[in-house]
Design a protein. Structure first.
Length: 346
């Protein structure tokens, strides 16, 4: 049987090479949270790569769902990330609805789903990012709805930052996350943009709107840091400042995420780590902000409800089942279309 320490070292390596921003932020977390969080992020990274790097994305999501099923059954696959995450699920009584939400978001990606409005983009961000933030709260033994709501804000903000940074890169892959009604307002169509992605004034204005929305939610999320264990606050502040710094780089480029991709340097990240430690120290003496009690985004309320309940369902959610069914149907239709094209006479 594999040693838990060996599995954790494999998770650390996966994060060290796959997500430098999170790896640096995690260094400020207490050991009791840091190792479980690395296991969580390693599994989430595995999940994202399992779908993103595969040609057959629909099949990859279905296989990933089977892996999660085995994790919650206590018989994970023979892989370090699966075994480590299974221990996290057991030790922290991780609500099944949270990783289910992540898989639902990945299923939407596999279907090439597009988003008609900012609210629908929040729906997507809730699944692929806020779900992870709420799972982090569970690892800190925090189930307070107000803290969970602010963690969800942080997740949406981080995902909007990712989207703003990756507009050009996503376009090369045939993906677009800009709200379609924004494109309509500018007299553009998604397909037209994808056929010839350019950093036009209209696209840069949309990128700016994403960054501004993210900044608003970063500010809201700060109020929740004071509701977390004192020892965990510097690490969460670090995640907030490092990702907001990426948005700052997008701004510095004139909101052109097509000609180049924004990135931050190691010295910048180290500077934000120092700022994070100072801000965390201030939370010990400053009164809690009234923003802590702001209502959660409607799109993330289901995550707050799932993590805040005392009794958790450990079975697959109906929403995930529906998304997976749609993925399977999409895959069948693509296969049938391909077979039909191959069978036509030339």
């Amino acid at each position: 049987m594999t040693c838990p320490q060996t599995d954790m070292e494999a998770c650390r390596e996966a994060i060290r090479h796959g997500s430098l921003s999170f790896h640096m932020a995690s260094r400020l977390l207490p050991a009791g949270v840091r190792d479980p969080s690395l296991a969580l992020y390693a599994f989430c990274r595995l999940a994202d790569d399992a779908v993103d790097l595969q040609q057959e994305k629909a099949a990859a999501v279905l296989k990933l769902q089977d892996r999660l099923e085995r994790i919650y059954s206590g018989r994970p696959d023979n892989a370090a990330a699966d075994r480590a995450f299974a221990r996290v699920v057991e030790e922290f009584d991780m609500p099944r609805a949270l990783p289910d939400a992540l898989l639902e978001g990945l299923a939407w990606d596999a279907m090439g789903r597009r988003y008609d409005s900012l609210s629908e983009l929040f729906d997507y961000s809730a699944r692929v990012a806020s779900a992870v933030g709420v799972m982090m709260c569970v690892l800190m033994r925090v189930r307070d709805p107000n803290a969970l709501a602010r963690a969800s804000d942080l997740g949406v903000a981080m995902q909007l930052t990712n989207i703003a940074r990756d507009i050009g890169e996503d376009a090369l892959e045939g993906r677009i996350y800009l709200p379609l009604d924004w494109l309509d307002e500018a007299g553009l169509s998604a397909d037209r943009f994808l056929s010839d992605p350019r950093p036009t004034k209209a696209i840069r204005q949309m990128t700016r709107r994403l960054v501004m929305q993210a900044n608003r939610l970063y500010m809201r999320s700060e109020a929740g840091v004071a509701a977390l264990p004192v020892s965990a606050r510097p690490g969460i502040y670090a995640a907030r400042f490092i990702y907001a710094g990426i948005g700052g780089q997008v701004q510095s480029s004139g909101y052109d995420s097509i000609s180049s991709r924004a990135h931050t340097s190691k010295p910048q990240k180290l500077g934000w780590l120092a700022v994070s430690a100072a801000r965390a120290a201030m939370t010990v003496v400053m009164p809690k902000s009234a923003v802590l009690y702001a209502r959660s985004l409607p799109e993330t309320q289901f995550l707050v409800d799932a993590a805040g309940r005392q009794s958790q369902r450990r079975t697959r959610s109906d929403a995930l089942f529906e998304a997976l069914s749609q993925v399977a149907q999409s895959e069948r239709e693509q296969r049938n279309a391909l077979n039909g094209a191959q069978g036509r006479p030339t």
